[in-house]
Design a protein around this ligand. Structure first.
Ligand code: PLP
Length: 451
């Protein structure tokens, strides 16, 4: 019973995503009031390290004055305009320019959307439109991966490869298929090397393409590092082998850089880290450090040209959003990018990330830690009850216990089942990384004592 408190009113009227309403009533909300650097403070004044950057997204920290100034300056000048038809505005033009400039491979066009989900839905519609424009309407099926996360709108949820995003919604849509996740530690066979496992992943993709017919498959979707599916870092040679299969069958590569983009992997894009040559990149979250909802689709000529070709004459590209390229989001994104560059936050993610991961790796001695993995400033610790069989006795129990302990000890984390994720802001210092480690180690000891 929370009485007449913000907690009670939250329970009464606020329907949260990704929770069970009855459990929310029992546990009660955690109400965050303000943010400062890598920290947030709840309504009792308790300070937490935001070890997940909110939702993998607040790269520059929770009160960056330069972003706030860019936001208010733009709001004073032009708080809203759109980009339908031939209308445009400065922030969208400048940002499109810069995204093309910093793209890891030659790109030429940018389409603006509001969220990662909408961006992925939009790319699928572009894939379909392009297939029609090319006179190959049958080449419109797409493949993503089990454990992949691409959002929750109808196409994006279909691309997502997690059961709870499909169950109860009658998804995925027809024509969207999933191939195996590259989770080597979990799914590698006894004696199988990383390279052999990667070959098996590519062979499974090839088999799926053969089964469906190569002339029916238009695109393949992948996060460079899977986030919500458990921070799955690709094994050696994985993307090289996957891209060879795609090239053979003239299948487009859509890189969902919603988490990886803007420095997370220790490069500006995850595609650079893994030598991915995408035709399309989906960007969101860290593009504005999530101060404003915003997303962008960056595409190359191979993808765009058939869409633009008037000789195909299928008419207007009948798609766009009221908020697409929103001047507030675009202005914040430009400043965010300037902050990332001027402060060397990509390099910082690489250096401090390596330090954090090295310290977390020392916890692998624990009887409960199956694997510590990561790249740049994104990491995970996968917990097990039995290291030999990599098994857990009750799904989510260890991860959930660890999450609760870490939060009690002042570190906000996130558990995906028994995988505990770390994705702190890119501004993290080594001393703060040490603090994350200390809290994690202490929490782990508490969980060890409790099981
Ligand atoms: N793609 C990836 C890789 C994501 O991690 C997410 C969100 O977590 C999305 C897409 C969906 O983004 P949004 O929640 O903004 O719709």
């Amino acid at each position: 019973n929370f009485g007449d408190t913000p907690e009670a009113r939250d329970i009464a009227h606020h329907f949260h995503g990704y929770t069970n309403a009855r459990r929310h009533q029992e546990i009660g909300p955690m109400i965050i009031e303000r943010g400062e650097g890598i920290h947030v403070f709840d309504n009792a004044g308790k300070r937490y390290i935001e070890g997940m950057s909110g939702l993998w997204s607040v790269g520059v920290g929770f009160n960056e004055p330069r972003l706030l100034k860019a936001l208010s300056d733009q709001a004073a000048k032009l708080p809203y305009y759109h980009n339908f038809g031939h209308k445009s505005h400065g922030p969208a033009i400048d940002l499109a320019d810069q995204l093309v400039e910093i793209a890891p491979v030659p790109m030429s066009k940018v389409f603006f959307t509001n969220s990662g989900s909408e961006a992925n839905d939009t790319v699928l519609k572009m894939v379909w439109y392009r297939a029609n424009a090319l006179g190959k309407p049958g080449k419109r099926k797409v493949i993503s991966r089990h454990r992949g996360y691409h959002g929750v709108t109808i196409a994006a949820a279909s691309l997502t490869g997690l059961p709870y995003n499909h169950r109860s919604f009658d998804l995925p849509l027809p024509g969207i298929f999933h191939t195996m996740a590259p989770h080597y530690w979990k799914d590698g066979r006894d004696g199988e090397s990383e390279e052999q496992f990667a070959t098996r992943c590519a062979e499974e993709l090839e088999a799926l393409i053969q089964r469906e017919g190569a002339d029916t498959i238009a695109a393949f979707w992948a996060e460079p590092v899977m986030g919500a599916g458990g921070v799955v870092v690709p094994p050696k040679t994985y993307f090289e082998k996957i891209q060879a299969v795609l090239a053979k069958h003239d299948i487009l590569f859509v890189a969902d850089e919603v988490i990886c983009g803007f420095g997370r992997t220790g490069e500006m894009f995850g595609s650079t880290t893994y030598d991915i040559r995408p035709d399309v990149m989906v960007l969101s979250k860290q593009i504005t450090s999530s101060y404003v909802p915003f997303s962008a689709i960056v595409m190359n000529d191979r993808f765009f040209d058939p869409i633009a070709d008037e000789s195909n004459s299928i008419g207007t590209f009948g798609h766009g959003y009221t908020g697409g390229g929103h001047p507030l989001g675009a202005a914040v994104a430009l400043e965010n990018l300037a902050v990332i560059r001027e402060r060397g936050l990509v390099e910082n993610a690489r250096e401090v990330g390596a330090h954090l991961r090295a310290r977390l790796a020392t916890l692998a001695d624990s009887p409960l830690v199956g694997e510590v993995r990561g790249v740049g400033l994104i990491a995970a610790m996968e917990l097990v009850n039995d290291k030999a069989t990599k098994s857990v006795t009750t799904v989510s129990q260890l991860g959930g216990m660890m999450n609760v302990a870490m939060q009690r000890n002042g570190l906000i984390s996130r558990n995906m089942g028994d995988t505990v994720a770390f994705c702190p802001p890119l501004i993290l210092t080594k001393a703060q990384a040490d603090e994350i480690f200390e809290i994690t180690a202490k929490s782990l000891r508490e969980v060890e004592a409790a099981v």
